[in-house]
Design a protein around this ligand. Structure first.
Ligand code: FMN
Length: 218
């Protein structure tokens, strides 16, 4: 059975209940740790799931940061330094990754508090997460305030990618199923992904065709 939840019902939901309900509607999202630092190289790490593809040429990724009503070390560092990293969370570290969302004091680094190792790369001004099997370094290209809810859209240009080249397929696809990455639903539920199939490019006059079937009994 499907029930209707219209705008009236949604508006009447208690704040926390509505947050959980609405956050669930965007489905499974990637779990990412955003690595930043201040001018003194004091590091910060925060879990963020609103990461998305913006374009491949130039190579751009976006994310939505919550309003600046309380101190946001991540957004502050990003705006101040102009560099940040997006590090995919391995399944084995979902608990530590979740813990980075706690409100630590600015002088406490979530790297130390939650058990991650900062990894500095030549010529890049933000820390990567050593434990992550897919690490992306970005330079801020644009930030925009979203008038609808005072969140901030951050667009970054990809400058460095660190991952095992063995998981890159002949056509350039990164087979992330080999990296055992965690994904998230709502704001607090972590999942392992289970791949189904890689599909051929869709054309109106061709039936859907599978290029590769994964073993789904994982
Ligand atoms: C599963 C999960 C997903 C989150 N996704 C986002 C997000 O997409 N954007 C955001 O601004 N905060 C998100 N947060 C909240 C941040 O992790 C949290 O505010 C963190 O403390 C920010 O760190 P900072 O104060 O050091 O910047 C998420 C938290 C959790 C638990």
């Amino acid at each position: 059975m499907t029930n209707l939840f219209d705008s009236g019902v949604i508006n009447d939901m208690p704040q926390r209940y509505r947050a959980n309900f609405i956050n669930s509607l965007s489905g499974y999202k990637s779990a990412n740790l955003i690595g930043t630092c201040d001018a003194n190289r004091h590091t910060n790490l925060a879990i963020v799931t609103s990461v998305f593809h913006v374009g491949a040429n130039p190579p751009l990724m976006g994310m939505i940061m919550r309003p600046h009503t309380v101190t946001r070390d991540t957004l502050g560092n990003i705006k101040e330094q102009g560099y940040y990293t997006i590090n995919a969370v391995p399944v084995s570290m979902y608990m530590q990754a979740h813990q980075t969302s706690a409100r630590y004091n600015p002088e406490q680094s979530e790297f130390d508090q939650c058990g991650f190792t900062p990894c500095w790369q030549e010529g890049f001004a933000a820390p990567f997460v050593k434990e992550s099997p897919m690490r992306v370094g970005l330079r801020v290209e644009d930030t925009q305030r979203i008038d609808a809810n005072q969140t901030e859209l951050v667009i970054g240009r990809i400058e460095q990618v660190w991952l095992d080249s063995n998981v890159i397929e002949d056509d350039g696809t990164v087979d992330i199923s080999q990296l055992s990455l965690a994904c998230v639903s709502g704001l607090d539920t972590y999942h392992k992904a289970n791949p189904l199939a890689k599909m051929a490019y869709a054309k109106p006059d061709k039936a859907p065709s599978q290029i590769k079937l994964f073993n789904t009994d994982q």
